[in-house]
Ligand binder design. Structure first.
Ligand code: FRU
Length: 481
């Protein structure tokens, strides 16, 4: 693409694959993420959407339906296999969601401190536009999980009717913090799993027999600990097999660069400017802006045994040092392009977690390379794959306190997850001041060679059914129990 006057060129990335166990960490650089603004329209009327329609999620109507009247629903994932196929089990589609009680006296923004993993099921041949998801309740019994709050993860069907629920075991020590939402004693975070059983009959789906195992806690070297930074992130495990390394199981997760908060120094490779670029920033300039506070990474771990109860850390596959502080709910999506497997790393991020001098929307970001560990090319040159409609010419805000002159849909959706076929599900956060807690209409993105485009022929002007998480692989027949 032609360079935008006044903006730097993006970093050159080869997409070359490295051994997953090697220590090459791809950088989402400032030069890359600056392309978000380079591609944004500086002339829109204040509060309009300034982003290209190709990367803008179509507008969610204000009168969206509630998925459930008793619980708020946010981060959601399907029952999958090790290849990210979404499994219909004995004729039922099953999804897992973070849920919080709508009637317990706390507000929607306090949901994180009260999160549990719940599940929903629906007949595989249901009409996604008409048939509601049935709420099955919490997956784990009260008090059974490691930690006192359950944060995101992923669920895999194993042999027979065994399931592994990978999750973030978060432990808050401060009741006041749980009720007020933040600012108190830092929580513990561990990546855990629970092995249990799924049962299905003509009435629906149940789970039992969960045995919980703690898998990983941050090491302070590659992955930041709470002692190093009370606002650290260590969460959202997603496991998968890599056809290039048969027999191994990998996990990606959200982390931060190890080290004490504030001590990181931005490096030339974090900036990623090409030599002689007239629009480059200097390392000193960036460091004196305070951008070193933002140190997101996407972590990688490998299982040491078949039971997936023992894991070893590998170096992060992506870092966003001096760019952004959170790369959440990472997933690996493998797509065959011209006879070759291309690895797409998708991760969600917020506008308020960008470093000084950087600006981008809430949404899902993507990176493409030739392997799980590769010199990832940011999708659309910037990394942005799909964002909520936002006027990026205005300063960044947070969903709890948006201003009326911004686009009312800047926080319409979050926690996007790319399903087979490019179907992107997410949850509704704030549509023109109407708070969500329910699944968004699913949208579709078409992508190849690292370039993506919202498919506006899908559904109604690009909006598919609410909470459309279809299955693509059937296990155990269709209702033959
Ligand atoms: C994304 C997220 C996850 C976390 C959860 C907590 O929406 O921040 O990283 O597991 O929400 O509610």
């Amino acid at each position: 693409p032609a360079p935008t006057p006044g903006f730097p060129l993006p970093t050159e990335h080869t997409q070359e694959a490295f051994d997953p166990a090697s220590d090459f960490t791809s950088k989402w650089t400032r030069a890359d993420a600056k392309q978000i603004m380079a591609q944004s329209d500086p002339t829109v009327a204040p509060g309009e959407n300034s982003m290209s329609p190709d990367v803008t999620m179509p507008e969610i109507p204000e009168d969206f339906p509630a998925m459930n009247d008793d619980v708020w629903v946010w981060d959601t994932w399907s029952l999958t296999d090790e290849n990210a196929n979404q499994i219909s089990y004995k004729g039922w589609d099953v999804v897992f969601s973070l849920v919080a009680d709508r009637h317990a006296g706390y507000g929607f923004d306090q949901r994180h401190w009260n999160a549990r993993i719940g599940y929903f099921f629906r007949k595989t041949n249901a009409d996604p536009a008409k048939d509601k998801w049935n709420y099955g309740g919490h997956v784990f019994a009260d008090g059974a999980s490691i930690g006192n709050t359950e944060w995101s993860g992923s669920t895999r069907l194993m042999q027979g009717n065994q399931v592994n629920v990978f999750y973030t075991a978060t432990t808050f020590y401060d009741v006041a913090e749980r009720n007020a939402g933040g600012g108190g004693i830092a929580p513990d975070a561990a990546i855990a799993k629970a092995l249990g059983k799924i049962h299905a009959d003509e009435n629906g789906v149940t789970f039992d027999g969960f045995k919980h195992t703690k898998l990983l806690e941050p090491d302070g070297e590659m992955y930041q600990t709470k002692e190093q930074n009370p606002g650290f992130a260590f969460r959202d495990p997603y496991t998968f097999a890599d056809p290039a390394h048969p027999g191994k199981t990998f996990m990606v997760f959200e982390g931060n660069t190890g080290g004490t908060r504030g001590e990181y120094e931005c490096k030339p490779e974090d900036l990623g400017y090409r030599p002689g670029d007239a629009n480059a920033e200097s390392v000193d300039e960036v460091n004196s802006s305070g951008a070193y506070y933002q140190t997101a990474n996407v972590g990688l771990a490998v299982a040491d045994n078949k039971d997936l109860t023992k894991w070893s850390f590998l170096p992060p596959i992506l870092s966003a040092n001096c760019v952004n502080d959170q790369t959440e709910r990472p997933q690996i999506f493998i797509q065959n392009e011209g006879g070759k497997n291309k690895y797409y790393l998708f991760t969600i991020s917020h506008q308020f977690t960008y470093a000084a001098g950087m600006r981008g929307p809430d949404g899902v970001y993507g990176f493409v390379g030739d392997g799980v560990r590769s010199d990832y090319q940011p999708m659309n040159n910037s990394g942005l794959a799909l964002g909520s409609p936002t006027d990026l010419n205005l300063p960044s805000e947070s969903p709890e306190a948006p201003t009326p002159n911004q686009n009312g849909r800047q926080f319409q959706a979050y926690s996007h997850y790319v399903q087979p076929g490019g179907l992107v599900q997410s949850f509704i956060d704030n549509v023109n001041g109407v708070r969500g807690g329910s699944l968004s209409p699913t949208v579709k993105i078409n992508f190849r060679d690292g370039i993506s485009q919202v498919d506006r022929t899908f559904g109604q002007d690009g909006l598919g059914p609410f909470g459309y998480l279809p299955t693509n692989v059937r296990v155990g027949g269709e209702g033959h129990y």
